[in-house]
Design a protein around this ligand. Structure first.
Ligand SMILES: Cc1cc2nc3c(=O)[nH]c(=O)nc-3n(C[C@H](O)[C@H](O)[C@H](O)COP(=O)(O)OP(=O)(O)OC[C@H]3O[C@@H](n4cnc5c(N)ncnc54)[C@H](O)[C@@H]3O)c2cc1C
Length: 392
């Protein structure tokens, strides 16, 4: 496995750089472009920017051409991500479930008709998706979920509750896992659905996170009639599809370019403070973080080999997820020590250091060891599926 981009990949890198330079909104790089303020504005902006990426040929890079993708390698995709972050281009997290999770799942398990309807709409930024997996009693143990679906003519009638459903308020569609057979072991009897969020019987209630942002939602479902052509795969055979989605979730949030850029920001902050920059304890810790980011970079490049070979990320994705999520928390803990009291103020306070960037990052990084599988769950997966130890 070659850890460095090839000559062709470097040429591709230049193509990405020039396109971003020519297409980013005027004033984006010097911070004069007015950033969207409310959650609704942010989603609207992310949708329209995603549409621009598609028009430029930069959406669905590794998806098949017949569904609007470019059939590029995962290595080229990573080069794109490196340049995207280097250019500080718009954050796409609000619209990320469609391209990151739904697309790869539908490519692997959807019917031809489902692929043709869903994939181009995601790439154009026309449809925003959310992920309705977790429930009040089912998170790490997802197969314990209780939301029921009962067949009635040409529909499944769904009743139950989902929680922590990010972006649900702004989503057009949701990937939903429901129990269709309660009389078999819990991993069987599950069905994977596409839920149109405009259907009757859906109530959404926002939940505010400790960052002050309300990404999360509770989603209540009461006798929601989901047409049978919205089932992905077969009724009662949804668990296999869930595994595909989760393996992409772990891999698609491999954020080493972003963490590297956060570290560069922290180094710049330390450099600007001569007394702290001379402190050997801070220097030791920031140098250790630099080594860890390099390990993450090399491990990310190495992991692409598995995905190319097997068509989906392997259990080694858990090693990466552990590595980056815990590293990110250490980085922001150090940042809050270096930044001092002004670093603890949020974006609404005019005295906040760098617009509240360090405060927000520290709070948000706490989520990283929970979503896409907690650290404990990742360690269980590594013990069982990488090291071959018996189930705990
Ligand atoms: C920012 C964020 C966004 C999210 N977005 C979504 C979303 O869009 N859609 C969605 O469906 N879900 C979403 N989630 C939910 C997320 O998937 C769950 O929080 C996660 O799976 C953990 O489940 P839980 O919160 O129920 O905790 P629990 O599973 O109850 O875990 C509680 C604690 O017990 C530990 N634990 C549990 N089982 C084991 C075990 N077998 N061995 C050792 N320790 C164990 C856990 O590690 C944790 O520390 C999001 C979460 C966050 C933080």
């Amino acid at each position: 496995m070659e850890f460095r981009p090839t000559v062709a990949e470097e040429l591709f890198r230049r193509e990405v750089q020039s396109w971003l330079q020519a297409t980013l909104p005027a004033g984006w790089c010097d911070g004069t472009f007015p950033r969207p303020k409310t959650a609704a504005d942010r989603v609207a902006f992310a949708r329209s920017w995603y549409g621009k990426l598609w028009e430029g040929g930069w959406a669905g890079l590794s998806w098949p051409r017949e569904y609007g993708g470019r059939d590029l390698s995962n290595r080229e995709h990573l080069v794109f991500s490196e340049e995207y972050v280097r250019a500080a281009a718009p954050d796409l997290i609000d619209v990320g479930v469609g391209p990151g999770l739904v697309g790869p799942t539908v490519i692997a398990h959807g019917t031809e008709a489902q692929k043709k309807r869903i994939l181009p709409a995601i790439l154009r930024g026309d449809e925003v998706w959310c992920q309705g997996f977790s429930e009040p009693g089912a998170g790490s143990d997802l197969a314990a979920l209780q939301t029921r679906a009962v067949r009635d003519g040409d529909a499944l009638v769904v009743t139950g509750q989902k929680v922590w459903t990010s972006f649900a308020r702004f989503a057009d569609w949701c990937i939903l896992v429901v129990r269709t057979n309660p009389d078999v072991p819990k991993h069987r009897g599950l069905t994977f659905l596409m839920l149109d969020m405009r259907l009757a019987g859906i109530t959404i209630r926002p939940l505010v996170e400790m960052t002050g942002v309300a990404w999360f939602n509770e989603v209540f479902l009461e006798d929601v009639r989901v047409p049978l052509d919205c089932v992905i795969g077969e009724i009662d055979r949804g668990w296999e599809i869930v595994i595909t989605t989760l393996s992409h979730e772990r891999a698609s949030v491999t954020p080493y370019p972003r963490i590297q850029s956060e570290l560069h920001g922290l180094v710049a902050l330390l450099r600007s403070r001569a007394d702290q920059a001379a402190d050997p304890r801070l220097r030791q810790r920031i140098a250790a973080l630099e080594c860890e980011v390099e390990i993450l970079r090399l491990s990310t490049w190495r992991s692409l080999g598995t995905t190319e070979r097997d068509g989906r990320p392997g259990p080694e994705g858990s090693v990466l997820k552990l590595l980056w999520s815990e590293l990110e928390q250490r980085l922001f803990e150090l940042a809050s020590e270096i930044a001092g009291p002004r670093g603890l103020l949020d974006e609404h306070d005019p005295a906040a250091l760098e617009g509240g960037r360090w405060q927000y990052g520290m709070l948000w990084s706490r989520a990283a060891t929970i979503y896409a599988g907690t650290s404990e769950v990742q360690r269980n997966i590594i013990a069982q599926r990488v090291l071959g130890l018996p189930r705990g």
